[in-house]
Write a protein that binds this ligand. Structure first.
Ligand SMILES: [Zn+2]
Length: 446
């Protein structure tokens, strides 16, 4: 078979964020893909007119904006249908709204629903996601099948909890069953689809897991070289209960450190209520943080001290945390990351407010770094995997753009439009490794 030598060129306003707060833009730009990789990025006039031996198939136009694929570091597959439902803070909400939902996520209905989730991610412009399934092997396996079929980059694991699981009477040997099922899923799926699919051991949090389960999960994750994900310091009430449950640990983070759960392949959801010692420990171990501001506002959990965490050297990306977060839409998570720090600035002195460029960094390059994939993902540098999110500028403008002149808008204006008005209605196309996984039929008229 002769290889396809045709290149793919994508024209539009090219925007990425190689450093925190530093944008790189080409207002009339182009990204050229060769198979699964980015070959070239630059001005359309330069890139488009360059003499080449290989033909280019051009897609999109000046009405599009081209970003590195958006990365969601934290969401729960079984919870999606109950977004915006339930009241109260985390622990009440889990028991009254989420556990009954997750408990039903098994059998044919659970398996069908698991399969429906992945096209939704692509429709929202998300190219990489780190996900929790429910405690069941069957629906997690179905979710992996669907993830592989979708072509997305997915890191996922079966939820593990052996302390009062879903509030039910404790099934006997729940720990050994949970370990066995997780190991089976990991052996089958980790590295699948040429590495696009990876496994994450997923103990829910210290209040739902025995120390033995956490220790064995950490050991198994190390054995297979896969990820770990859990929740850390989301609410004050949770932190208080952890203090009572683990009186010999000096803080919440140390509970996980003692079990071996803190490392460069661990992503901790939330991390709102941390001490200086915990920040330093997490940064020193190279652990990643999924900052989930929409979820934190929904459940009233608190506002993550973003500037303090970054100053300590912690690796931070963003998470939708569906269903505590009401949307898979990462643009709204970026907006919320800005606005929540603005709110904090009303009652605390000298709180730096992140810019659109900074939150774009968190959703792309920052998240890639948290995953240890910054050489492969997160910016539009040649040689990186061609994971791209293409946005339709007119779909975000008032009156479909008819009242705005194209040359009024700078690349910074276009990024701000995406952050404040972006969403699935404006996603034009989603690529992972150069393969189109979602394409809107809406024309880019602007
Ligand atoms: Zn979560």
């Amino acid at each position: 078979m002769t290889p396809d030598t045709t290149l793919t060129g994508i024209r539009g306003c090219v925007i990425d964020a190689p450093e925190y707060g530093k944008l790189r833009t080409w207002r009339d730009g182009a990204v050229v893909l060769e198979g699964a990789k980015i070959l070239e990025v630059g001005d359309y006039q330069h890139v488009g007119k360059k003499p080449r031996t290989q033909p280019i198939r051009w897609l999109h136009n000046e009405g599009a904006a081209i970003f590195p694929g958006l990365i969601d570091l934290h969401a729960h597959v079984p919870q999606y249908p109950v977004v915006a439902r339930g009241r109260g803070q985390l622990l009440d909400w889990l028991h009254h709204c989420i556990f009954p939902r997750e408990k039903a996520f098994t059998g044919p209905a659970g398996q069908r629903e698991a399969a429906a989730f992945f096209p939704e991610l692509a429709r929202h412009g998300t190219t990489t996601a780190m996900l929790y399934a429910a405690i069941y092997e069957d629906s997690c396996d179905a979710a992996f099948h669907a993830a592989a079929k979708s072509g997305l980059r997915i890191i996922m694991g079966k939820m593990m909890m052996d302390v009062g699981t879903y509030g039910a009477v404790q099934p006997r040997k729940v720990l050994s069953v949970s370990m066995l099922e997780s190991e089976r899923l990991c052996r089958h799926w980790h590295g699948h689809n040429e590495g696009l699919i990876e496994y994450a051991f997923s103990p829910r949090f210290a209040l739902a897991c025995s120390e033995r389960l956490m220790r064995e999960s950490a050991a198994m994750a190390a054995q297979f070289g896969c990820y770990i994900q859990t929740h850390l310091a989301e609410t004050r009430e949770e932190c208080e209960r952890v203090r009572h449950l683990f009186p010999t640990s000096k803080d919440y983070t140390e509970v996980y450190e003692k079990c071996g759960l803190v490392g460069a392949k661990t992503i901790f959801g939330h991390c709102i209520h941390l001490s200086d010692r915990e920040r330093i420990a997490l940064a020193a171990m190279g652990a990643g943080v999924a900052h989930c501001p929409t979820a934190n506002l929904y459940l009233g959990s608190g506002i993550m001290p973003l500037a303090e965490h970054r100053a300590a050297g912690m690796k931070i990306g963003l998470g939708s945390d569906v269903a505590a977060g009401p949307e898979l839409n990462l643009w709204q998570v970026m907006r919320s990351a800005i606005e929540s720090q603005k709110v904090r600035g009303y009652y605390e002195q000298k709180i730096p407010i992140p810019s659109p460029a900074q939150v774009l960094y968190l959703a792309t390059r920052g998240a890639a770094e948290a995953l240890g994939k910054e050489t492969q993902l997160g910016t539009l540098d040649p040689g990186k995997d061609a994971d791209l999110t293409i946005m339709n500028i007119a779909a975000m403008l008032p009156y479909g753009g008819s009242a705005t002149k194209a040359d009024e808008l700078t690349a910074e204006d276009i990024l701000a439009l995406c952050v404040y008005r972006g969403g699935p209605h404006a996603v034009s196309e989603t690529f992972v490794r150069g393969r189109s996984l979602y394409r809107s039929s809406a024309p880019e008229l602007f």
